[in-house]
Ligand binder design. Structure first.
Ligand code: ZN
Length: 167
């Protein structure tokens, strides 16, 4: 994204910008919203669901941010579905565990195989050299009075994570 105000709204799984005044945001309900911020003034947001992470959305966003001059990147992972609520296909979990590490392998509150989406996002970030990672640590599924969940309650609403660089 270039200069603020010059772009039409568009749909994508990630966006990066170095333009002062540009607001970029991601809207989710269960997928992880991830922001990237660099002291060099490059910002990014990522819609990080398991499909997107597996398809390389984190890598693409970090590469784009570096292409705009970001050196040190800090990441924040917002509220998303957590493993205690995220029953998942066992064979896919094994595939992701071999690629993203054992920490993605987890268990639901009721004892079924579960995917840890936050761990998958963190692993994908670390693979790209982003090690300064903080997390909201909130689960969209079981913290139902605070967050929306598509999976748990079929809610149509989304929450947004937005970043911008002031002028
Ligand atoms: Zn939960």
């Amino acid at each position: 994204m270039g200069e603020a105000g010059r772009q039409q709204p568009f749909e994508a799984d990630s966006a990066v910008t170095d333009a002062a005044g540009a607001v970029i945001s991601v809207r989710v309900a269960d997928c992880a919203p991830v922001s990237l911020v660099s002291p060099e003034g490059v910002l990014g947001v990522i819609h990080a669901g398991w499909r997107g992470i597996a398809a390389g959305v984190v890598e693409a966003a970090v590469n784009s941010a570096r292409g705009l001059g970001a050196r040190r990147l800090e990441a924040f992972i917002g509220p998303c579905i957590h493993p205690e609520c995220y029953e998942f296909d066992a064979s896919l979990i094994e595939r992701f565990a071999s690629r993203f590490g054992h920490a993605v392998r987890s268990e639901t509150a009721w004892g079924s195989p579960a995917l840890s989406l936050p761990e998958m996002a963190k692993s994908a970030l670390r693979k790209e050299g982003v090690t300064d990672i903080s997390e909201a640590g909130a689960c969209t599924s079981c913290e139902d009075s605070r967050w929306f969940s598509h999976r748990a309650r079929k809610e149509k609403q989304r929450h947004a994570l937005a970043v911008w660089k002031s002028d």
